[in-house]
Design a protein around this ligand. Structure first.
Ligand SMILES: NC(=O)c1ccc[n+]([C@@H]2O[C@H](COP(=O)([O-])OP(=O)(O)OC[C@H]3O[C@@H](n4cnc5c(N)ncnc54)[C@H](OP(=O)(O)O)[C@@H]3O)[C@@H](O)[C@H]2O)c1
Length: 217
């Protein structure tokens, strides 16, 4: 599958890009600046030389022309980025991994947008797209290190069950990861906000925490 990553030059976007490329997907790393994306892709292909990753660079518009698109910008830019690309994203699965957080002293706290979550706000901005939430809790460092097996569950939510199931299938192809359906877009409020708690876990235990849901087959 051809996957585009909007805001793909940051730690989260590059991590998702290399991990999805490592299981045979073609990935377009998008940016507001195509030349910045090119520099990032050169670095990634240098780091992972010999792994035969199909990763190319483009601007966000080129990335949005892929079959499935991941939104990996900070929360401040998520809605405007999606809205600007609404024609390219028409009818497509748009996976938001965006968490809204703010620094409060030396802590990170979750922010609740008026819509309750970033994913709901994005869905409102691109109503003809099939918005799915995923990847919120995967720590970028271990996810982007292909020499490491990252064992974690990925909470996937959407109002479009078929789109959610497709993303779960995409996640399940990555060794160590398992997609878990956690309901409709309303779940975004809980999933996004939980990320700030995981950041606190990381601070306390000097870790890269991820989640496992137990009790399901
Ligand atoms: N870091 C993690 O471990 C992690 C894990 C899971 C989920 N997330 C979520 O993934 C998202 C990205 O995280 P990150 O750490 O990679 O963030 P980041 O480095 O701050 O931003 C990612 C990219 O977004 C673009 N960008 C920055 N400000 C923007 C704006 N106002 N409008 C549009 N694009 C903008 C930049 O790319 P260009 O300048 O090249 O356009 C930047 O390289 C966040 O919402 C975060 O909550 C992060």
């Amino acid at each position: 599958m051809k996957i585009g990553v909007l805001g793909g030059t940051g730690p989260a976007g590059t991590a998702v890009a290399v991990r999805l490329a490592s299981v045979g997907n073609e990935v377009v790393i998008g940016s507001r600046s195509a030349s910045r994306a090119s520099g990032v892709v050169d670095e990634l292909l240098g780091r992972w030389a010999g792994r035969d990753l199909a990763i190319v660079a483009g601007d966000n518009r080129e990335a949005a022309r892929a079959d499935l698109v991941v939104l990996a910008t900070p929360w401040e830019g998520a809605v405007s980025t999606a809205r600007e690309l609404s024609d390219e994203l028409d009818g497509k699965i748009l996976v938001s991994m965006v968490n809204a957080m703010a620094r409060w002293g030396d802590r990170f706290v979750p922010l609740l947008p008026p819509t309750g979550s970033v994913a709901m706000a994005v869905a409102g901005a691109v109503p003809r797209s099939r918005v799915v939430g995923a990847f919120h809790h995967l720590p970028a460092g271990p996810l982007g290190d292909l020499d490491r097996l990252l064992e974690a569950d990925v909470m996937v939510f959407s109002d479009d069950r078929e789109a959610g199931d497709l993303v779960i299938g995409l996640v399940d192809k990555v060794p160590g990861l398992r997609g878990v359906a956690v309901g409709g877009l309303w779940s975004a409020m809980a999933v996004e906000a939980l990320t700030a708690a995981l950041v606190e876990v990381n601070r306390r235990y000097k870790a890269h925490a991820a989640l496992r849901v137990t009790g399901i087959a």
